[in-house]
Write a protein that binds this ligand. Sequence first.
Ligand SMILES: O=C(O)CCC(=O)C(=O)O
Ligand SMILES: [Fe+2]
Length: 325
Amino acid sequence: MAYPPPIQAPALQNDAPRQIHNPHNPQFHILEPPWVESPRPTMDAGCLKYALTDDERETFERDGYLIVENALPDEKRLSLIDTIDRLHASGVLEEGRTDATISMRINKLGFTGMDRQFFDLAAYERTLPKVWGALGWNIYLYHTHLAVTGKQPEGSYDPNGPTWGWHQDSGRMNQDLETDPRPRISLKVGYFLTDVSEEGRGNFWVIPGSHLNNELVRPANGMGQPKNAVPVLVDEGTAVLFDRRIWHTATPNYSDYVRKVLFYGYGYRWIRTRDEMEFPQAWYDESHPILQQMMGHSTNEFGRSSPSDADVPLKVWLERHAHAA
Ligand SMILES: O=C(O)CCC(=O)C(=O)O
Ligand SMILES: [Fe+2]
């Protein structure tokens, strides 16, 4: 598809006034979650077939990332792409156009309130069981970003050219914590909606196993990529879980394939959100308890680090289904 897509100014599906849900705001506390008294439908136990396997855990802990093929069936994937295209055409993603080195990149933070599908994906049955398998049950969605990478206006693909923007996630967390290696604390799920099975398509690059290294040795002359760096080459519909500590980078796209990725960051409930969690109140109210936990539920602040069962429906649910896990 041409980049950028033609502007059609379509009506947004969800243009109702937004309420800001900041889990750190006391008004956000739900003192008597309805599900305690009368449990509403929640995650289907069928999702346990997607639980993190021993092999997957070993791969994730050794390499710092895990590829989950066919995570998104075509219908769901195409509908997500359609939504991104609609939002893009309306101009609302433009504030995410920030990247200084990859000029055709949009990286929109905190996008879950832009469409109900984005919101619901926070408790997606094929990936959330892997997330709680890696991090445990005291988790929530602390950060999201939506990336669209179009074709660079000039130049050509050359990994031996200038070194890209290698980093570990979470900003100051990497300076403020003093251990070696630093603790994991969070991971991201990247949903690759378009085909990035070949290089030069704005691929996500990683250095396998580098999540345990506090430092990265970059090429001294600023040319080429660090040792052992590889592109994550995956088909459309693949999800990639990655440890926030793995050294990784976004890259420029020199192809005609516009790359579209949704990133969902999960961390412990005692870390602060990295961006605004803004979405319509009704979506939250209608959600099942585990999705509400992902979107910031807590009965009070204390319950983020010392949760009672009322704070963590996922824990209660896992205990109930322990026999099936
Ligand atoms: O867009 C990419 O490929 C990588 C983005 C990134 O750095 C991240 O998701 O943490
Ligand atoms: Fe990153």
